[in-house]
Write a protein that binds this ligand. Structure first.
Ligand code: AHR
Length: 675
């Protein structure tokens, strides 16, 4: 029985329950949502991993081990064109202190025909009718190229056939000998290339450059971006996030916030301003991060999607994911870390007369970005120093910014086996992560039902900061995080969505406790990844972007959010195999009933819905098999479909009208009852 009368029994739903988590893992940033199409555009650093992971084999098996290797600039993704043309790394003509490495290109004395070099992109690049902005820096080599004017032809070509899709020649460029000349142009393909095996090419007439040398640095090939934001996001991936109706973005990590060493941590101030000032860093996930997607770009992302910001600040701990070792700032150096975080928040939301607010304004965004949530660190249960680090940073930040809600990454409840004592003040949040088996999520449906009593009414609230059904059920229930993983789910399956959905409904039923959630990781480049499963998979070809079963689950739950929970009293049977939650949308004046059936048979549902709500429609997510999943070549195995059940509208009178329906097996349904 759904009680739509007694308003005193309702609770306000948690307005930010469904959000996004993003960090650069599995090339989700560089090569992923960051729209730049050139790989290794500024020769900043190598992948730590020289072995590409399996591609397109449809395997359900996770990634192989990432060997740790030194980071050094490399020529990865670049190649010379023309007999005798030579490209080498060059550090004698640094573009800036942040971008010290470029390439030297030498043309032979007998150069003729077309000579130059090309970039293969992030395992290819998408070419379609749109405007591509091209830029690069070039320096001449006096006295050999005395003439000092050069024609650069840039083009987009098929790597298979050589077909040119777009070309532009910048003539008579007066190339400086003493520093770099900035060259820009645009490309406008007329047609979509048949596939993404394409390259970006810069060529010269061999006759005009024979015997000459040039030094190039910091190339860029930018397609049109989400909302047209400069230096912005890849359109299709950002649109997929946007379509989920998320309410916040957690950034920039995850482990990738922490750095494999304190020196390599995410230093927000090094991610700002012109690309010539961004040195990048050795990301935590085995490849160099350009930091083209920097703090301001993250903030812009939230503005473009009109969502709240959940800023994760460095908390004085760096975790070497591969070496499984960590380094903590000692108590007497925590002031440095606090100041970093204070400055970062000031950069985001300080007014333009403040030191860092004025920097933000100088970068083109005088309006402040309000910060609603700040997370202090990431997964600090890996460290026994969090008690003093949390306390120091929390106290310092709360004193300066009392209106922000703070999030601890460890808590007594979870950490007692380590002997920690983290006290989280009432009204602040604990970020708990669950990479588990499907049965864990189903068992956890009622986990938060008596949370406050279990935690002595301390008022600590919950952020489910990362979660996924990581592996199928095993006899031990122990989750295997090792690489290579033999039991990891490669792509989220129907069973993932069902079980994660049950857990999320449990959270929806407890809006006084459960405030935020985000699936992780959110993105995976099919060509190079660290972790599976992921919510969205992609490669260079937008038609290959795969929205997983877990993606659709969240789109459904996040898109139909009532404003008030409605009490449901259950006269026959308890939860399992059906799980449900009912909410009232006061704006639309409708009732949402979310129902999940985890059984392999249909289950009859009978619900009292007041007669007034005569019209019913719904959307269902199900598939042929519990193990069904979406992939490049079967993208629609598990997708939501409209449910035609208008004939099942409630029958009967008054508040006792009844809606009867057989809930299909293995399904997630949102029913909407309108007046
Ligand atoms: O989501 C992948 C990783 O899982 C995150 O970086 C980390 O926070 C967690 O261990």
């Amino acid at each position: 029985h759904i009680d739509t009368k007694d308003a005193s029994k309702r609770n306000a739903t948690a307005p930010y329950l469904y959000g996004l988590m993003h960090e650069d893992i599995s090339h989700s940033g560089d090569g992923g949502i960051y729209a730049e199409l050139l790989a290794n555009r500024a020769f900043q650093g190598s992948n730590w991993n020289t072995t590409l992971l399996p591609n397109y084999n449809g395997s359900l098996i996770g990634p192989s081990e990432n060997p740790v290797e030194p980071i050094a600039p490399v020529l990865t993704a670049w190649a010379a064109i023309g007999n005798g043309t030579r490209i080498t790394l060059d550090r004698l003509h640094p573009l800036s202190s942040a971008i010290p490495t470029g390439i030297e290109i030498d043309f032979p004395e007998n150069a003729e025909g077309e000579v130059g070099f090309q970039n293969f992109g992030w395992w290819g690049m998408n070419v379609e009718p749109q405007t591509y902005n091209v830029s690069f820096y070039v320096q001449g080599n006096y006295p050999r190229n005395q003439e000092n004017t050069t024609a650069f032809t840039v083009s987009l070509r098929s790597n298979l056939t050589g077909e040119v899709f777009a070309s532009s020649t910048v003539s008579n460029v007066s190339v400086s000998f003493i520093d770099h000349t900035f060259v820009t142009t645009t490309l406008h393909p007329n047609a979509t290339a048949p596939n993404s095996n394409n390259t970006f090419v810069i060529t010269f007439d061999g006759d005009t450059v024979k015997g000459q040398t040039y030094y190039f640095s910091l190339f860029s090939l930018m397609p049109e971006t989400f909302m047209g934001t400069p230096n912005g996001l890849r359109k299709d991936i950002a649109q997929a996030f946007y379509d989920m109706n998320p309410t916040f973005l957690r950034f920039p990590g995850g482990n990738n916030l922490e750095g494999v060493s304190p020196q390599q941590r995410w230093k927000w101030w090094e991610t700002l301003g012109p690309l010539t000032d961004r040195p990048g860093r050795a990301g935590d996930w085995g490849y160099y991060n350009t930091q083209g997607l920097g703090l301001l770009e993250y903030l812009q992302w939230t503005e473009d999607m009109n969502i709240e910001r959940l800023l994760a600040v460095y908390a004085g701990f760096s975790l070497d994911v591969w070496g499984q070792s960590g380094a903590s700032y000692p108590p007497d150096r925590m002031q440095e870390i606090l100041q970093e975080a204070l400055d970062e928040i000031e950069f985001c939301q300080g007014n333009i007369t403040s030191k860092w607010g004025s920097v933000r304004a100088s970068l083109g965004h005088p309006e402040p970005f309000d910060i609603k949530f700040v997370e202090i660190g990431n997964e600090d249960w890996f460290s026994n120093t969090y008690p003093y680090r949390w306390e120091y940073l929390y106290n310092g930040l709360k004193a300066a910014y009392p209106n922000i809600t703070y999030i601890s990454t460890a808590y007594n409840e979870a950490s007692t086996s380590f002997g920690y004592n983290i006290s989280i003040p009432s009204g602040e949040l604990w970020d708990t992560h669950h990479y588990e088996e499907p049965s864990f999520f189903v068992r956890g449906f009622d986990f938060y039902d008596n949370w406050q009593e279990r935690t002595n009414n301390t008022g600590v609230e919950i952020f489910l900061g990362e979660y996924s059904a990581l592996q199928i059920d095993t006899p031990t229930g122990i989750v295997d995080f090792s690489f290579p993983a033999d039991v990891h789910i490669m792509y989220p399956r129907l069973v993932s969505a069902l079980s994660e959905g049950v857990y999320l409904l449990g959270m929806e039923r407890n809006p006084n406790v459960c405030k935020l959630s985000a699936y992780a990781p959110s993105l995976q480049d099919f060509n190079w990844y660290n972790w599976t499963p992921d919510m969205i998979g992609f490669d260079a070809d937008p038609s290959h972007t795969v929205l997983s079963a877990s993606y659709w689950l969240q789109l459904l739950l996040g898109s139909y959010r009532g404003t008030q929970t409605l009490p449901v009293t259950n006269s026959e049977g308890d939860f399992n195999p059906l799980f449900w939650v009912a909410t009232l949308d006061e704006d639309k004046n409708c009732i949402y009933l979310k129902v999940i059936n985890i059984l392999g048979d249909s289950v009859p549902l009978s619900a009292n819905i007041p007669e007034a709500y005569r019209s019913v429609n719904g959307t269902i997510l199900t598939a042929a098999d519990l193990n069904s999943y979406n992939y490049i070549y079967n993208q629609t195995e598990v997708v939501p479909k409209p449910l035609n059940i208008s004939t099942s509208a409630p029958t009967g009178y008054g508040d006792d009208a009844v809606f009867k329906w057989d809930v299909p097996r293995w399904s997630i349904t949102v029913l909407q009852f309108d007046l």
